[in-house]
Design a protein around this ligand. Structure first.
Ligand SMILES: *Cc1c(COP(=O)(O)O)cnc(C)c1O
Length: 404
């Protein structure tokens, strides 16, 4: 069934809701897997932790990229084995690490965390393994390495390895993630190639084969009509030989790629009902249910528009991609006939989803749809503000059933 028909039906029950389309998730995840046969994919749960969405992606053979202990446990509850869950985040506490060590593969983000892990393993009287997130000596676009709050600088790590060893923890894998929302095949291909040489350097320094090399994410989706969608097939072809060669040389090493937005970003729409309409001094306002506090990214784009005079300010993922990142649609067949401001029902003037958009005439009870609401949408919320009820989240199964 088409997503708009389902949205129209569900709008009879809900005033604001996210609607995720399983068929689209199946298509997009299958495209990734088909074009990277050498790679195990991990779903970056933080982009959309809806349990139906996460389980759907896991069912397509994805492991988990967990950004918190909570996400480790979510993946465990969804049935993933610990060795398919990679827990990588800055600032893990002793208690996070203690619980995660038996439930996932832990990636240390700093020397402090390596020390904490060594301490925990010492207390447990067990030798354990962990990965390490590296801030490499190259940038995503091939220049020099940058300062970062994530990971350990490559130079510091190699210096450490040449002088010290951890007592109880063995480093068995590496993780790097430098950038999101990249649509350019040569940039991603060069990044992956740089990653494979980093893996070679690490194996030389450690003197043994790594169990996994996590290449992070980077693959973007089409937000603006001006974007050229990422050609995943071309990317798979551009790096296929290097990935194959790496696998041949290191048959025991798992190659991992993380994806949040590419797997689910295009699968979601946000639907919000017109609660009121009014004309004030010549401006038509449509008051929608839950905008800044339901799907905040259109409102954040309005803020950028207000304060940045440039036409195309730089993206700030995952809060801001570009000004036209979300298409606004209605369920009406008529052509646009009026120019309106779409605002929300919060008691603040900053609750603006769009200004000066041309739409067919909408009355109270009609709905507005925002596209590209599958990733970094429901999870980025200021729901506490004004104590309003949150939007529903609905999952449209490929067989047409709706799961709440
Ligand atoms: C957020 C994040 C991702 C997911 O990025 P997408 O652009 O959504 O694919 C992957 N890896 C790490 C380490 C992240 O922090």
């Amino acid at each position: 069934m088409d997503l708009k028909t389902v949205a129209a039906q569900q709008a009879e029950h809900y005033d604001s809701f996210y609607l995720y389309d399983e068929s689209r998730i199946l298509e997009d995840t299958a495209r990734l897997r088909r074009n990277f046969p050498q790679v195990e994919f991990l779903y970056s749960i933080k982009c959309n932790s809806n349990p139906h969405v996460a389980r759907c992606v896991f069912a397509q053979g994805f492991g988990a990229d967990a950004a918190s202990l909570g996400e480790v446990l979510l993946a465990r509850e969804a049935g993933l084995a610990p060795e398919r869950i990679f827990y990588s985040a800055p600032g893990k506490t002793l208690s996070d690490l203690r619980q995660a060590l038996t439930q996932s593969i832990v990636i240390a983000d700093s020397f402090e965390e390596l020390k904490r892990l060594d301490q925990i393993c010492g207390e447990m009287g067990a030798a354990m393994s962990a990965g390490v997130r590296i801030n490499p000596n190259f940038s995503f676009f091939g220049g020099e390495g940058q300062a970062s709050k994530f990971g350990i600088d490559e130079e510091q790590l190699f210096a450490f390895w040449s002088e010290n060893t951890l007592q109880h923890v063995k480093i068995t894998g590496i993780h790097v993630h430098l950038r999101s929302q990249e649509l350019h095949v040569p940039a991603l291909a060069r990044y992956y190639e740089n990653m494979l040489s980093l893996a070679d350097r690490v194996q030389k320094a450690l003197g043994y084969e790594l169990e996994y090399v996590n290449l992070g994410s980077g693959m973007g989706i089409q937000f603006s009509p001006r974007d050229r969608p990422l050609d995943v097939e071309a990317l798979g072809q551009a790096v296929g030989q290097q990935l194959d060669a790496f696998k041949r040389a290191n048959p025991g090493t798992r190659l991992l790629i993380e994806s949040g937005r590419y797997a689910v970003g295009k699968s979601g729409v946000y639907v919000s009902k017109v609660l009121d309409r009014k004309v004030s001094r010549g401006v038509t306002y449509l008051i929608l249910k839950n905008t800044l506090n339901g799907f905040s990214r259109p409102s954040l784009a309005q803020m950028v528009r207000r304060f940045s005079p440039e036409a195309d300010p730089a993206p700030w993922e995952p809060l801001f991609t570009c000004r036209d990142a979300f298409a606004i649609q209605t369920l009406k067949d008529e052509p646009p006939c009026e120019t309106v401001h779409l605002v929300g029902n919060l008691c603040t003037a900053a609750d603006i989803a769009a200004e000066g958009v041309e739409l067919p005439r909408l009355d109270c009870g009609d709905v507005v749809l925002f596209t590209n609401a599958g990733a970094y949408a429901a999870v980025i919320t200021s729901m506490q503000f004004a104590s309003l009820e949150r939007p529903a989240e609905l999952f449209l199964r490929a067989d047409g059933r709706i799961l709440r």
